[in-house]
Design a protein around this ligand. Structure first.
Ligand code: BUP
Length: 441
């Protein structure tokens, strides 16, 4: 009997850290789970297919959703995240249903929306399409978000306990987002809408976060607040990445000339910005560590580098302006560690390439990610006190110290379990496969 290919529609939020895992999910659904995929994407110009969509399998249908003008709904005081959320909301309210009605001949078997595009859940209900959410950070952060979704007060005390699986999940209050989760009406809005979905897909895997996953899946607390079933299907990480243009070629050529495992990649994600003092301390810290480095800085940050830094580190360090092919750099034999803000994609990419992390979280989920990967999973060392001595000590510790050896061994083990989980028979592969089987019915 010939089985029909399930048709899955994907909707990523327009931000690099959200589009990347959704693209990877599209690849996996087509290449490994025999699905037909329609990939919606927000665009400023409706006839333009952005560069990052070029690597999708040719069978994927790409549909643009032109972003609507929201100038009448915002003022110059509207925070950036709210502006972003309003623009997504207005576009979805006006364009999603007509776009689906115009382009889809038959009802798809499932619609997977980003965690920050939950307005799509109503459209799916109106069109009788089963809808799922892709949550793009850790299961631990999901459990925290669900637990505190109705709470108005920041918890006091050094630690807080979340309902667990076998044991409670313990979180440091110091690791809560600075702009506390629950102060942010948009974050709370999307988290509160999760029960409307048929399931939540997570960019993590069973072997990496067994306790948080068990907690959300089994603890009665989460059932009582109508948390839908969860599906850990990660890591959703690019397997290859092209080198684009002479600037990137030059970076890769420099890496080719460095000794194996000798370079620390330093990068703070698509949104991370350091202040002048942080730039200066980081530069001094890297010098003190006496390690080779490849530092992704912004043009405006480079002016805050200490005087003479470029001359003193010539040959051993490279500061590059704005962007590197991060996955490719992490996969390069010369890369020995990753000093990172611990955005969840960066964590997953580092782990999948067997590269230990030096954790310097900045905001949002990053503090919780950093503590978990350093203290629970053991693939990172954390910069605990801000300052050049500590940065130098931790960087050197990971690259050369005894503790670094343990972290390096552990990250190789976790890399193996990540690869296993994605292969046929592995936990993430089978979870996604059985979800697709369920969708076919
Ligand atoms: Br910087 C940089 N090249 O030079 P995260 C980042 N990236 O490919 P964020 C590059 O951006 P959220 C660079 O590989 C990763 O896929 C990197 O995502 C890529 O952090 C992505 O790590 C960054 O999740 O997103 O950007 O802060 O706020 O969603 O955590």
């Amino acid at each position: 009997m010939v089985m029909m290919k399930p048709h899955i529609v994907l909707l990523p939020c327009p931000a690099m850290g959200h589009v990347t895992p959704m693209l990877q999910l599209a690849n996996r659904l087509v290449l490994m789970h025999h699905c037909h995929v329609t990939f919606l994407h927000f665009t400023a110009e409706d006839d333009h297919r952005p560069h990052h969509l070029m690597n999708l399998p040719s069978s994927v249908t790409v549909l643009p959703l032109p972003l609507v003008d929201i100038s009448a709904l915002t003022t110059c005081d509207t925070p950036l995240f709210s502006r972003h959320c309003i623009s997504v909301r207005e576009t979805l309210l006006r364009s999603l249903k007509p776009t689906l009605l115009q382009h889809l001949q038959q009802t798809p078997q499932a619609f997977i929306t980003d965690m920050f595009c939950t307005q799509a859940l109503e459209t799916c209900a109106q069109l009788a399409i089963p809808s799922y959410i892709l949550f793009t950070t850790s299961a631990l952060f999901l459990s925290f978000s669900l637990f505190f979704r109705d709470s108005a007060d920041k918890p006091s005390g050094e630690f807080l306990q979340l309902p667990g699986g076998c044991k409670p999940l313990i979180i440091r209050t110091a690791d809560l987002p600075l702009k506390y989760n629950l102060d942010d009406e948009w974050y709370r809005y999307h988290i509160n809408r999760m029960p409307k979905a048929s399931g939540i897909l997570l960019n993590t895997f069973e072997e990496l976060e067994p306790e948080p996953l068990r907690a959300i899946g089994e603890n009665s607390f989460y059932k009582e607040i109508d948390t839908p079933p969860i599906f850990p299907i990660g890591p959703l990480v690019k397997e290859t990445e092209p080198v684009c243009g002479s600037r990137e070629e030059c970076i890769m050529n420099w890496l080719d000339k460095q000794p194996s495992g000798s370079v620390v990649l330093v990068a703070f994600g698509s949104l991370g910005r350091l202040c002048a003092e942080q730039i200066s301390e980081l530069a001094w810290g890297l010098e003190l560590s006496q390690q080779r480095f490849l530092w992704v800085a912004r043009a405006e940050e480079e002016k805050d580098l200490p005087e003479g830094f470029a001359e003193r580190t010539r040959g051993t360090g490279m500061v590059v302006d704005s962007w590197v092919p991060q996955v490719r750099v992490l996969g390069h034999v010369s890369t020995g560690a990753f000093l990172s803000h611990c955005g969840w994609n960066s964590v997953m990419e580092s782990v999948c390439n067997g590269v230990p992390l030096i954790a310097w979280p900045l905001h949002a989920d990053q503090m919780m990610n950093a503590t978990m990967i350093a203290e629970e999973i053991g693939v990172a060392m954390k910069v605990k006190v801000f300052g050049r001595e500590e940065i130098g000590r931790v960087v050197r510790g990971v690259m050369e110290g005894e503790e670094g050896k343990t972290v390096k061994e552990r990250v190789k083990e976790v890399k193996e379990s990540a690869l296993k989980s994605l292969a046929k028979g592995g936990s993430s592969y089978e979870t996604l496969d059985s979800l697709m089987l369920q969708c076919r019915k």
